[in-house]
Design a protein around this ligand. Structure first.
Ligand SMILES: Cc1cc2nc3c(=O)[nH]c(=O)nc-3n(C[C@H](O)[C@H](O)[C@H](O)COP(=O)(O)OP(=O)(O)OC[C@H]3O[C@@H](n4cnc5c(N)ncnc54)[C@H](O)[C@@H]3O)c2cc1C
Length: 647
C-alpha cells in the first residue's frame, strides 16, 4: 500500500482505497480531488492489506473503499468492518445476496457505515426519466447496453447490476420477480425479459469488438396521458457535474441515505438471484485437457460465465498431449458398435470446431487384421465397416508382410497436430471470454486453489477424476473404479517409405505407427497394445512406479534423457518389425509417458465411450473415451446444464 499519497484534505475524513484497476484509478482521481485519499493499494498488495487491517498497522483511515474484483468484495469488506472501518464498495456489493446481507448486518452491529456504489441513479439522464414518470409505474422498461468489449465474462455483475438497481429505484423495492424469459444467450449477447411487479422489463446486452458503446433506457408508461421516453447515457463532459464525486463526498461525510442504498441493493440482488442462473450461469470447469477446454468454451459460447482451472502451466499437457493423435472414425473399435458410432458421428462435429488442427501432410490410412491372434476376423472387420457405413478399400500394403495379415484396408481418417489443437483451444476460450486459471490445482491444501461459488462444477480431470470428485468436492461417489495404464508413446524417425502413411495392426496385442508432425514428416509415434503399458491398476487413482513418476506428462523426453532401462521403445520396435519391412533403420528420438484411463473389465469389447456423470444437482464429471467425442460432449452439457431458451 502506498502510504505516501496525501491530498489537500478538504473535510476531515481519511480514506484508504483498495484496488487500482480501471475503476480504482477513476475513484483515486475523485478522492484526490476531494483531498481525502491517504493510502491506496492493489494487485499483489491486497494480501498484505488484509493482514494489516487485522493487526491495525494500516494508517488510521476512517473509510476503506473497495474497487477490486467482485469475488474479493465480501472478504475485504468484512475485514474492514471487523477492523472498525466504514466501507464503500464498488458494485456489485458481493457475488451473493446472503453475503451482502451479512455485510449490512455486520456494519449495523458495529455501528459503521457501508455504502454500495449505485452511480447510475445519480445520472441526469436517469433522473430525467424518473421525473418524466412522476411516480407512475411503467408497463414496460427496456435497458439496452452495447460495448466494444471482448471480455464477456460476468455480464450480470458488470452491466445488469446497474440496470437492476435503477429498476428497483424506479418502481419499488418490495415487488417479486416472476416469469423470466431468456430469448437469446450466447457469448457477447444476452436478451431476456422478466416481469417485476406489474412491469415487463426487457434487457439486452451486446459485447463485441464491432459495436460502439451505447446505453439507453426506455420507459412505456401505463397511463396514456404520459408519453414513452427514451434516454441515452452519454459520456460525461469535464464541464458537467460529476455524480461520482458528489456521491463520494456525501457518503464519506455521513450525509448519504444509507438505508435507502441498502434497500435498493438488497432488492436488486434478490432479482439477480432469480436471473443469474438462467441468464448467465456460473460454471467452474476443473481440468484443461481437450475435454475440459472444449466444454469450457462451448458453455461460454452458450452464454455461461465459465472459469477453467488447470493444474499445469499450460492447457493440454497430460493425456491430451500424450496419445496417438488419431481422430477416430470408428475403424479401430470393431468389437464395440457403441464406440464405433460415437467416433463416426463425433468426427463430423469435431471437424466443425477443430478442422484447422488436422495434420496437413497428406496421409494414407491403413488398417490391417493380423492373421494370428486377432480378436476380430477379416470377415468381422468387413461386416463391421459395412454395418456402420464406414467406407474402405481392400489394398496390398508395400510395407506390411503379406503373410502376417489377412486383410489390409485403406480408409478415410485423420490425425491431428497437437500444437495446432492447443492453439485453437486457446483461441476459442479467449474468443468466448472464458477465464483461464493456469497453475491452479484445485484442492484443499493451503497451496492449492479453492473454487469460487458457482451454479455448476464440471470435473474433467481424466486420471484424477475420482480424486477430485471424492477428495476435493466431497461427492458421495457411487460410480465404479477405473483402470489406469501407465503408457509410453515412443517417437521414431522412420525411413522415407513410411512417410505419409498411418498403419494400424488389429485386433489384439499389436501396434500402430502414425506421422506426428507436419514440420518433420519423418517423425512417427508408435503404439503397442501390450508393450506400451508399463504398469496397470484398477482403483480410485493411478499407482505409479516412482522412477517413472518424473517422466509423466512431460511432452517428448529425448531418448538420451530417459534413464537407462526405463524405455520400452526397443521392445516395441522389435514387435513392430514382425509386421513391417524396413524398420531396422528406425531411430528412437524420444518418448512420452502418461496414464491412460479406461473403464475396467472391457477387454471383451475394448469399448471407449465418453460419458457424462451427474453426481449431484451441481457437480458433473466427464469421463473421456476418444478425443473425437469432445465436441459432442460439449453439446450435451450445453443442452443439459443450461436452461433452454424460451421460444
Ligand atoms: C497412450 C494414449 C493413447 C491415446 N490415443 C488416442 C488416440 O489416438 N485418439 C483418441 O481420440 N484418443 C486417444 N487417447 C485418449 C485421449 O487421449 C483421452 O481420452 C483424452 O486426451 C483425455 O482428455 P481429457 O481432457 O479428459 O484429459 P487430460 O488431457 O488428461 O486433461 C485432464 C487435465 O486435468 C488436469 N487436472 C487434474 N487434476 C486437477 C486438479 N485437481 N485441478 C486442476 N486441474 C487438474 C490435468 O493437469 C490435465 O491437464 C489416448 C490416450 C492415451 C493415454
Amino acid at each position: 500500500m502506498d502510504d505516501n499519497f496525501r491530498g489537500n484534505v478538504s473535510f476531515p475524513v481519511k480514506v484508504g482505497l483498495v484496488g487500482c484497476g480501471k475503476w480504482g484509478s477513476v475513484l483515486k482521481k475523485k478522492l484526490s480531488n476531494l483531498g481525502v485519499l491517504i493510502a491506496w493499494c492493489g494487485g499483489r498488495d491486497l494480501l498484505p492489506l488484509q493482514s494489516r487491517l487485522r493487526n491495525s498497522s494500516i494508517p488510521a483511515v476512517d473509510w476503506i473503499i473497495i474497487a477490486t474484483p467482485a469475488t474479493t468484495h465480501f472478504s475485504l469488506a468484512l475485514e474492514a468492518l471487523e477492523a472498525g472501518k466504514n466501507v464503500f464498495i464498488e458494485k456489485p456489493a458481493t457475488i451473493s445476496l446472503a453475503d451482502t446481507e451479512r455485510l449490512f448486518s455486520k456494519a449495523k452491529q458495529k455501528d459503521l457505515k457501508i455504502f454500495v456504489d449505485t452511480i447510475f441513479v445519480r445520472r441526469a439522464e436517469y433522473l430525467a426519466v424518473k421525473q418524466h414518470l412522476g411516480g407512475c409505474v411503467p408497463k414496460l422498461i427496456r435497458f439496452c447496453w452495447s460495448k466494444p468489449d471482448l471480455n464477456s465474462e460476468a455480464v450480470m455483475d458488470r452491466l445488469v447490476y446497474h440496470d437492476l438497481y435503477m429498476l428497483v429505484d424506479l418502481i419499488g423495492t418490495g415487488l417479486a420477480t416472476h416469469s423470466v424469459r431468456v430469448l437469446a444467450r450466447h457469448s457477447g449477447y444476452w436478451n431476456f425479459t422478466c416481469v417485476y411487479g406489474d412491469t415487463t422489463v426487457c434487457f439486452e446486452y451486446t459485447l463485441s469488438k464491432s459495436t460502439v458503446t451505447r446505453k439507453t433506457l426506455e420507459v412505456i408508461p401505463t397511463s396514456n396521458e404520459i408519453n414513452s421516453k427514451t434516454v441515452e447515457f452519454k459520456s460525461l463532459q469535464p464541464s458537467e457535474q460529476d455524480p461520482l464525486q458528489e456521491v463520494l463526498s456525501e457518503v464519506l461525510q455521513h450525509r448519504a441515505n444509507y438505508e435507502r442504498n441498502h434497500e435498493i441493493i438488497l432488492a436488486a440482488e434478490s432479482i439477480r438471484e432469480v436471473l443469474q442462473p438462467l441468464v448467465e450461469p456460473r460454471i467452474n470447469v476443473i481440468g484443461g485437457g481437450i475435454f475440459g477446454s472444449t466444454c469450457a468454451w462451448m458453455l461460454a459460447q452458450a452464454g455461461a460465465a465459465v472459469r477453467l482451472y488447470e493444474a499445469k502451466a499450460d492447457l493440454m499437457q497430460c493425456a491430451s498431449e500424450v496419445n496417438q493423435r488419431r481422430l477416430h472414425r470408428g475403424y479401430h473399435y470393431p468389437r464395440s458398435d457403441e464406440t464405433g458410432v460415437m467416433s463416426r458421428d463425433g468426427q463430423r462435429r469435431f471437424l466443425d470446431a477443430y478442422k484447422v488442427a488436422l495434420l496437413d501432410h497428406p496421409t494414407a490410412h491403413y488398417y490391417a487384421i493380423a492373421k494370428e491372434g486377432s480378436l476380430t476376423s477379416r470377415e468381422e472387420m468387413i461386416s463391421f465397416c459395412e454395418r456402420l457405413n464406414l467406407s474402405f478399400k481392400e489394398v496390398a500394403h508395400p510395407l506390411i508382410y503379406d503373410e502376417m495379415v489377412s486383410l489390409v484396408i485403406e480408409v478415410e481418417e485423420e490425425l491431428w497436430d497437437h500444437d495446432k489443437l492447443r492453439a485453437e483451444c486457446w483461441r476459442l476460450l479467449n474468443l468466448h471470454g472464458v477465464s483461464i486459471n493456469l497453475n491452479s490445482k484445485v484442492g484443499l491444501k493451503p497451496d492449492e486453489t479453492s473454487l469460487p461459488p458457482a451454479n455448476h462444477t464440471i470435473v474433467a480431470c481424466y486420471a484424477s477424476n475420482n480424486v477430485v470428485l471424492k477428495g476435493v468436492l466431497g461427492v458421495e461417489f457411487t460410480s465404479q473404479d477405473l483402470q489406469f495404464e501407465l503408457c509410453e508413446k515412443p517417437v521414431f524417425r522412420l525411413p522415407q517409405q513410411f512417410w505419409g502413411k498411418s498403419c494400424v495392426i488389429m485386433d489384439g496385442p499389436f501396434m500402430c505407427i502414425d506421422p506426428i508432425s507436419d514440420a518433420d514428416p519423418s517423425l512417427f509415434v508408435m503404439g503397442n497394445v501390450e508393450h506400451a503399458i508399463h504398469t496397470s491398476n484398477i482403483g480410485e487413482k493411478p499407482e505409479t512406479l516412482s522412477d517413472l513418476k518424473l517422466l509423466l506428462n512431460q511432452g517428448i523426453i529425448p531418448a538420451s534423457h530417459i534413464p537407462r532401462g526405463l524405455s520400452r521403445a526397443d521392445t516395441m520396435l522389435k514387435s513392430a518389425s514382425q509386421f513391417f519391412k524396413n524398420l531396422k533403420h528406425a531411430e528412437h528420438v524420444g518418448s512420452m509417458f502418461t496414464h491412460r484411463t479406461v473403464l475396467p473389465k472391457h477387454e471383451h469389447d475394448d469399448a471407449r465411450p465418453s460419458l457424462i456423470e451427474y453426481h449431484s444437482h451441481n457437480v458433473t464429471s466427464i469421463f473421456s473415451g476418444k478425443v473425437v467425442s469432445c465436441v459432442d460432449i460439449g453439446h450435451r452439457l450445453c443442452e443439459e446444464l443450461l436452461c433452454p431458451l424460451n421460444p
